[in-house]
Design a protein. Structure first.
Length: 225
């Protein structure tokens, strides 16, 4: 009986030690870890071609399912992930940007940084500068395109911060070589200077095909042949 009780206590102790450790390991994963690992697994099976155009950033790229079809004259790699911020993009540069040796990088990130209402435009600029300089350190000659923060109806309360962030990033990029700032923000507004509801999905955040057609038209002249 004594031996049985001892074994029972040992098993209980192991449960207390192992289960919290497993839970902690899960909690310690950085945001979007699983998505990034899925991309890396995909790359291990078939690495995308070098000298492609890399689209990287948040879910507005991730949900662009027919991106390659919309840019038939270019080879594109889509590495949008989740509701990511510029901080997340910086974290994963070594995983889903630098390894591809792209001939051009197109970034859409920054909108989610504002979504919590605590980050102001100067901080968005600082985060973008951190991403930009980190890319430049490894890929000094690769052209970088930044797609302006879009005017999502569900986040219209952040309009002044969106517009200021776009203005700051545009000015910063103007002073950098091999860069382009693409203004999609103004193209997505109606005559009433509010977001066109017909170009968004029901969540008033992500775009439908009409929205992506606007982006396609705005981006096409700036993509490297």
């Amino acid at each position: 009986m004594k031996r049985h009780n001892t074994l029972h206590l040992v098993l209980l102790l192991l449960c207390y030690l192992v289960l919290p450790a497993a839970a902690r390991a899960q909690e310690e994963k950085p945001p979007f870890w699983d998505e990034i690992q899925a991309y890396k697994q995909q790359d291990s099976v078939q690495m995308p071609p070098k000298d492609a155009i890399l689209f990287v950033g948040s879910s507005s790229f991730r949900m662009w399912d027919d991106m390659q079809k919309m840019f038939p004259k270019h080879t594109v790699i889509n590495r949008g992930f989740g509701g990511s911020t510029l901080l997340d993009l910086k974290r994963y540069l070594g995983d889903i940007v630098l390894p591809y040796q792209p001939k051009q990088i197109v970034i859409y990130s920054g909108e989610n940084d504002l979504a919590g209402g605590t980050v102001q435009a100067p901080e968005v600029l600082e985060r973008f500068q951190d991403v930009f300089t980190s890319i430049r350190q490894e890929l000094p000659e690769v052209p970088i395109v930044y797609v302006s923060i879009k005017p999502s109806p569900s986040r219209w309360q952040y309009k002044p911060v969106m517009e200021e962030a776009n203005k700051l990033i545009r000015a910063y990029m103007k002073a950098q070589p091999h860069t382009t700032f693409v203004d999609t923000y103004s193209l997505m507004l109606g005559k009433n200077k509010k977001p066109k509801p017909e170009i968004f999905l029901e969540d008033s955040l992500h775009m439908n095909n009409k929205g992506y057609q606007i982006w396609q038209k705005a981006l096409s002249p700036h993509l490297k042949r």
